[in-house]
Design a binder for this molecule. Structure first.
Ligand code: NAD
Length: 513
């Protein structure tokens, strides 16, 4: 990896060929088998990371549990100050980290930088939040009583994240959890282990320079078996897990079995409704970016385009035309729009979806295929494809994590479109393209979109950190990032204080002795 400054980026981030976390300063103990990280960009080995063993995990959890006891005593605004300093380092290292994200995960360099920008934004948000961890004050029904609620730190938060946002999702959780007074243990994706190590290095350095107790930022590495060490562990009161619905169902059951809390951010099957009143030019930009951006590997990627029959042919040919402009290739080269899929398994899933949609009666409008030859040696570059399909097809009901867009027609009014859009098991992101106020408001109303995210005149992907992010149904119901998502990282306590000399009981109950 000599091109595009990757070697320099790795050096700046403190990474080398074998990264085994045995340093106590890094709150990272891993002495297990090696995980090799190959870039989907050029198929080359980037580096190795050793996996966390059961013994390593015991060290991590006991360090985090002890560290938490000290960290929770620090006033929240002082914890915010630590997050501010961590953020200074993110700003300084934005370019190398963005580059590594692009090289290890395969998204465009612009999107890699965008991901680090999200980390910076959520840290800024968390710093402000550190002075706003508010509870309510209520009027007591009893005279001479005061009643209020307060939020206390929860403990050790376990974070399990997916490959497609290898750094941002960690920060959405940690930045908030840290100001809330929690210690965090992160298991990143085994497909992107080096970005995890890079982030951990930054946190470890800033924390140790600022006298933060050991164990407030911990990293464990490996596959699902390492994740299970946390989901089964009652010392971890909250598991925040991002990934497939399949994973979420297993994690939810495991954690519920010990009555722990979960925050689940799972798969999507996102649609854009295009009504006769839509701005077609913006629709095309929104739909194409949504479907092919990050090579269709965003949880909010546009999977379905639900178009009114009156504008169907026009929209269809505009989108098909736009696909002809798409440049596929090395994502570090800013001339390309679309990089590779994460690995060859993902390529297989993509091919399966294209075969299946035809088998079920769909019609291919833009041909897919795996690219070969110079620049495509990794075998992970595929052509974004479009198929005309029915919403009821089994493959359409399913999230394929690749650039496959299904286009379908609706007749009648917006409620007919909504029936299709809501007629899937997932409920993450949704959008309507319309300049008709009635249609837009119905889409947002109680009978409208059933998703956690509902947009008007923008696409399904590209959320801002200020809003709470997440979805309903099989997307898992969790909310992360902005708004009041911080509350999940704390425990709520209701306090009633009697400042009289009597002991009146609630509900007027008499109990005379
Ligand atoms: P994945 O489910 O294969 O893996 C996600 C993480 O879960 C990995 O770290 C993995 O090791 C871990 N894991 C898997 N099984 C586990 C188990 N039984 N116990 C504990 N940990 C376990 O997902 P992926 O392929 O990395 O990511 C793609 C998926 O993530 C897509 O479905 C996408 O929609 C979803 N996603 C959702 C959001 C969101 O915010 N809703 C964001 C990003 C990605």
């Amino acid at each position: 990896a000599t091109s595009f400054g990757i070697e320099e980026a790795l050096k700046e981030l403190g990474l080398n060929e074998t990264n085994n976390g045995t340093s106590t300063g890094a709150n990272w103990f891993s002495n297990g088998e090696e995980i090799a990280s190959y870039s989907p960009v050029d198929g080359k080995l980037i580096g190795k990371v050793s996996a966390t063993t059961k013994e390593d995990y015991e060290k991590v959890i006991s360090t985090a549990t002890e560290g938490f006891k000290e960290w929770r005593q620090l006033p929240a605004p002082q914890r915010g100050e630590i997050v501010r300093k961590f953020n200074d380092e993110l700003r300084r290292l934005k370019e190398p980290l963005g580059k590594l994200v692009s090289y290890e995960m395969g998204k465009s360099y612009q999107e890699g930088l965008g991901e680090v920008q999200e980390m910076i934004d959520i840290c800024d948000f968390a710093v402000g939040l550190s002075r706003q961890l508010h509870g309510l004050t209520m009027h007591s029904e009893r005279p001479g009583h005061r009643m209020y609620e307060q939020y206390h730190p929860l403990g050790v938060v376990g974070i399990i994240s997916a490959f497609n946002f290898p750094v941002a999702v960690w920060s959405w959780n940690t930045a908030l959890a840290w100001v809330c007074g929690d210690a965090c243990i992160w298991k990143g994706s085994e497909k992107t282990p080096l970005t995890s190590v890079a982030c951990q290095n930054i946190a470890a350095r800033v924390f140790s320079e600022n006298g933060v107790p050991e164990g407030i930022s911990c990293l464990i590495t490996g596959d699902y078996t390492v994740g299970e060490m946390m989901t089964k562990d009652e010392r971890v009161p909250l598991i925040s897990a991002t990934g497939s619905t399949r994973m979420g169902k297993i994690v939810a059951k495991e954690v519920a079995g010990r009555l722990g809390k979960t925050l689940l951010e799972l798969g999507g099957n996102n649609a854009i409704i295009v009504t006769p009143d839509a701005n077609i030019k913006n629709t095309v930009i929104g739909a194409v970016f949504g479907a092919v951006g990050t090579c269709g590997q965003r949880c909010t990627s546009t999977r379905r385009l639900i178009v009114h029959e009156d504008v169907y042919d026009k929209v269809k040919s505009a989108v098909v035309d736009a696909y002809k402009q798409i440049k596929i290739g090395n994502p570090l080269d800013e001339n390309n729009h679309v990089g590779p899929l994460i690995d060859k398994d993902a390529v297989k899933n993509y091919q399966h979806a294209l075969d299946k949609v035809v088998e079920e009666g769909g019609k291919i409008l833009v041909e897919g295929g795996v690219l070969e030859g110079e620049g495509y040696e990794s075998g992970c570059y595929v052509k974004p494809a479009i198929a005309e399909a029915e919403n009821s097809f089994e493959i359409v009901q399913h999230e394929t994590f690749a650039p496959v867009l299904y286009i379908m027609k609706y007749k009648g009014d917006v409620s007919d479109a909504l029936e299709l859009q809501n007629g899937v098991r997932q409920g993450l992101s949704s959008a309507i393209m319309t300049n008709n106020l009635r249609e837009a408001e119905r889409f947002l109303s109680v009978e409208g979109s059933d998703c956690g995210i509902a947009n008007v005149n923008i696409g399904t992907s590209g959320a801002e950190i200020g809003g709470a992010f997440g979805g309903e149904k099989e997307t898992g119901g969790g909310r992360e990032s902005g708004s009041d998502a911080w509350k999940v990282y704390m425990r709520r306590q209701t306090n009633t204080i009697n400042y009289t000399t009597e002991l009146p009981l609630a509900q007027g109950i008499k109990f005379d002795l």
